[in-house]
Design a protein around this ligand. Structure first.
Ligand SMILES: [Fe+2]
Ligand SMILES: [Fe+2]
Length: 138
């Protein structure tokens, strides 16, 4: 699996969100590097744990921004996040239990889900959030 490289297609145009997305991508790449070097179960479980924590923090922040901006698709967006969090949690348990090869599957899933989610669902809320932020500044 190759690392995710940041490019403009991953930018939503909101600096705080872009920073958090870059950090998420960094943690996914850290997991990839750990898999590549054949890191043990304890190290992998640790990487998964910090990734899950960061994902939870990001989702809370992002959803609070969507709520403040009265984004019409907030509920659907929240459901997507919840579904992802649950999948990540069950992967985390499988990694922690020492299931062989699961970390590589996790990495593929994370990479595909996160890039698609940012490019489609996250980019979709950007105009609403940016308009809200502009109206607050006036
Ligand atoms: Fe999102
Ligand atoms: Fe996001």
């Amino acid at each position: 699996m190759s690392a995710i490289e940041w490019n403009e297609s991953l930018s939503v145009g909101i600096p705080t969100i872009d920073r958090q997305h870059r950090m998420l991508i960094d943690s996914i790449n850290t997991l990839d590097a750990a898999v590549e070097r054949g890191a043990g179960q304890v190290a992998l479980a640790q990487v998964m744990k910090s990734l899950s924590t960061y994902v939870a923090v990001h989702f809370i922040y992002e959803e609070s921004l969507l709520r403040a901006s009265r984004y019409i698709q907030l509920n659907e967006h929240h459901d997507e996040h919840e579904h992802f969090r649950r999948t990540l949690e069950s992967f985390g348990q499988r990694v922690a239990s020492g299931e062989a090869g699961v970390a590589a599957d996790v990495h593929a899933f994370l990479k595909n889900w996160l890039t698609a989610h940012i490019q489609i669902e996250d980019r979709a809320y950007a105009p609403t959030v940016l308009a809200h932020q502009r109206s607050q500044r006036q």
